[in-house]
Design a protein around this ligand. Structure first.
Ligand code: BGC
Length: 736
């Protein structure tokens, strides 16, 4: 295992060995710096043997790769990602290593970050998690994930940034920059089209070029071109018959060719399948492969990786040109010079008050108020009031489980605990209602409890209270919000619908906190007066929830995906099994570019809650909406201005959203697409004017005939509102 002393020793060695190394100073212009780095890379490369080069292209343990000891080239250490730095895993198995100094801050899940619609917060999130990764001596943080939310059944949606490529792009860039400020690489994943977990290792996705370029790739492209991400992780699935981790079109042509990506392509753990393809189509670093291709381990199995002995053999017998391995090693060295070999790298820090504050703020701003009949929320803390907090999710750890994003936080405030700490005058009572089996870090071990008595106890508790707050939803167990497979139904699990009815029958004052990373069916909605989407919020979950429930914080989150009334209303499900989940071999993305609200809008299907929707405890109005065109040509832009007025009696924040559509077009178009947004804080009674710039270039569609982006001339409609289904004004503009 690497330690600080070892790192110091390595850097010293490199300083002595390579004359260029010492010339790296902060004053260098970036061009000079990159020139210096490239020269240094070449000079290191010239000293390596073929065996040493190949050894750098694959794992030596579950999460590390070999260095070259004789030259002081260090190992490379990686960790999941993306909501906190994962606990240490054993050298050669998936077991936790059992360290006592690897507890971290758990930040909210990325769906929550997306719901904040606040790129500045994303920068803070990235910087903080990067500091924790640095402290934990990680060189690569395996995240963030930007796979598009295509179906609410995807077990991994909670790890991603929602259904809209523009929102995901705007939110991912500051996250990556924040992480990399610490000289820790972000590794954006999973490239690409890994939009479901079911059959993820085998399914072949068929999607059009337009869907690929307009929906599924933009966030990756932004990560590469706008954030300068240093690592990209391949995906498990196939696309057009070829595995995406070493894909001729995706990794070789688009990522490394068109986008001129200069970083490292890392496989997902066990997503590599072929030596020639891996070598020639752009995979640089192979991780997690089992000797039998299924993820199991035997002695010396790292030597049998596709990019290990078979790669060496092909290089030696001339089947693969030496320039292929040189390019991979150069990229790996470049990554090292940006991270582990970077001088004055710093030490990072962990579990600081500042990190906890960032986690709490992201949670506060991402929580979405979905329903608030008769001002059910906020709930005042007053003497004589009894609030029953009911449901397993009130106490269940939501950082445990879920797959590779599982965390071991130093602490995790549960919703119940948060409520108890916040409410000093009102009385908080609690009952679990049902149990679904213990989760690793829970302090309540419910397996000894009987479901019927839990239910009865909860009903009795609800009867005694003035207000019932039911904390339900999904959890991080297999077949819920969890990696490895998808949810099997759109309904709430564990008989919750019936349970909600039972609670309502004994206490009409019922509100609900929905703990999920996905939309769910809501036939029970009329039974709850208030509904708050609380996501998975990490260490500060309970505090952030109590902040919003009590009104200390006015909710300002907006849904980053459409919340359908029924499963078949989603574009991915409309065409049946061949579209989702496929026939076991192939699946066809038949909804094409009409993903998420693009589908609902265009097909005139009313969702339960629309993309971009979220209530506040105050009332906002949008007025004086105008557009100013600055040369409506290819290189021009449109500036949208809008006055936001807070008409209520408390301060709050609103997200102005700008969508653009084109009614007459030579190609299929969504009714409208998000092209700009701005979250603005406005004090009670005040107004603020926001301006949002829309570059004309962003109105382009991907022309499949010319394989290029094209801006159509003619009229476009600009839609300005505070939700995709709540547009205050439409303005026609004309592009010449
Ligand atoms: C996941 C990746 C993760 C890797 C390492 C894989 O199963 O798909 O997202 O980074 O494991 O834990």
């Amino acid at each position: 295992m690497k330690n600080t002393f070892r790192q110091y020793y390595i850097v010293t060695l490199l300083l002595l060995t390579f004359p260029f190394f010492g010339t790296l100073t902060a004053q260098n212009t970036s061009a000079n710096t990159s020139n210096t780095i490239e020269k240094k890379i070449d000079s290191i490369l010239s000293l390596l043997t073929l065996e040493e080069k190949v050894a750098m292209c694959h794992a030596q343990s579950k999460f590390s790769t070999k260095g070259v000891e004789r030259l002081g080239i260090p190992e490379l250490w990686m960790s999941d990602g993306p909501h906190g730095v994962r606990a240490e895993i054993s050298w050669d198995s998936w077991d936790y290593a059992g360290w006592t100094n690897d507890s971290i801050t758990a930040f909210p899940a990325l769906t929550c970050l997306a719901a904040s619609f606040n790129p500045d917060l994303s920068a803070k999130f990235g910087k903080s998690i990067g500091e924790e990764a640095l402290y934990r001596e990680k060189d690569v943080l395996l995240g963030p994930g930007v796979n598009i939310y295509r179906t609410p059944l995807n077990g991994r949606n909670f790890e991603y940034l929602g259904e809209d490529p523009f929102l995901a792009s705007k939110m991912v860039v500051p996250y990556i920059k924040g992480v990399q400020k610490n000289n820790v690489a972000a590794c954006v994943k999973h490239f690409a089209l890994n939009n479901q977990e079911h059959w993820r290792s085998t399914i072949n996705v068929e999607a059009s070029d337009r869907a690929l370029h307009e929906i599924y790739l933009p966030a990756f492209k932004a990560a590469v071109q706008d954030a300068g991400v240093w690592a990209v992780m391949g995906a498990y699935n196939k696309f057009r018959g070829q595995y995406t981790t070493h894909h001729e079109l995706l990794t070789k042509t688009i990522l490394k060719g068109d986008w001129a990506y200069d970083g490292v392509v890392i496989s997902d753990w066990s997503s590599t399948h072929d030596t020639m393809e891996a070598a020639l189509n752009g995979l640089d670093l192979e991780m997690g492969t089992g000797t039998d291709g299924l993820g199991t381990t035997t002695a010396n199995h790292y030597d049998y990786y596709y990019l290990a002995s078979p790669f060496l053999k092909a290089l030696k017998n001339g089947d693969i040109n030496a320039s292929v391995v040189d390019d991979k090693v150069k990229r790996i060295l470049r990554l090292m010079l940006r991270t582990t070999l970077k001088s004055n790298r710093g030490f990072g820090n962990i579990n600081t008050k500042a990190h906890h504050n960032v986690a709490r703020r992201v949670a506060q701003e991402g929580i979405v108020l979905l329903k608030n009949e008769n001002n059910f929320f906020p709930i005042e803390d007053k003497e004589g009031l009894t609030i029953a907090v009911i449901g397993e999710n009130a106490t269940r750890s939501m950082t445990a489980g879920g797959g590779s994003s599982e965390l071991k936080p130093q602490f995790e405030i549960s919703p119940l605990e948060g409520m108890k700490q916040r409410y000093k005058n009102a009385k908080i009572i609690h009952a679990m209602g049902y149990h679904t089996g213990p989760s690793v870090y829970d302090n309540i071990i419910p397996s000894t409890l009987n479901q019927d008595s839990l239910r009865l106890q909860a009903i009795e508790t609800a009867k005694k209270a003035d207000i019932v707050l039911y904390v339900g939803g999904l959890n991080k167990s297999h077949l819920q919000d969890c990696e490895g497979d998808d949810r099997q139904s759109y309904e709430l699990p564990y008989n919750q619908e019936a349970f909600i009815s039972e609670l309502k029958a004994v206490n009409p004052n019922l509100g609900m906190l929905l703990v999920t990373g996905n939309a769910v069916a809501t036939p029970w909605l009329p039974k709850v007066d208030g509904l708050i989407q609380t996501w998975y919020l990490g260490s500060m979950a309970g505090h952030a929830i109590a902040d919003v429930v009590s009104g200390d914080v006015n909710p300002s989150g907006k849904l980053p995906f459409s919340f359908a009334k029924k499963l078949e209303d989603n574009g991915a499900h409309f065409y049946g099994e061949s579209s989702y989940p496929g026939d076991g071999t192939d699946q066809h993305y038949k909804e094409d570019i009409l993903v998420g609200y693009r589908w609902f809008d265009t097909k005139k299907i009313t969702p339960r809650y629309a993309f971009g929707y979220g209530l506040s405890y105050t009332n906002f109005s949008l007025s004086d909406i105008t557009t100013r065109s600055n040369k409506l040509k290819r290189d021009g832009s449109i500036t949208v201005s809008c006055k936001v007025t807070n008409n209520g009696s408390i301060d709050g924040a609103e997200v102005v959203q700008v969508y653009v559509g084109k009614k007459k077009s030579k190609v299929k178009r969504a009714l409208k697409e998000l092209k700009g947004f701005n979250k603005v804080h406005v004090t009670s009674g005040a107004s603020k004017t926001v301006s949002i710039d829309i570059p004309v270039s962003t109105l382009a569609f991907y022309n499949e005939d010319t394989s290029d982006w094209e801006i159509e001339k003619g009229d476009y409609i600009i839609y300005v509102g505070n939700a995709s289904n709540n547009i205050s004004k439409q303005i026609k503009i004309s592009v010449k």
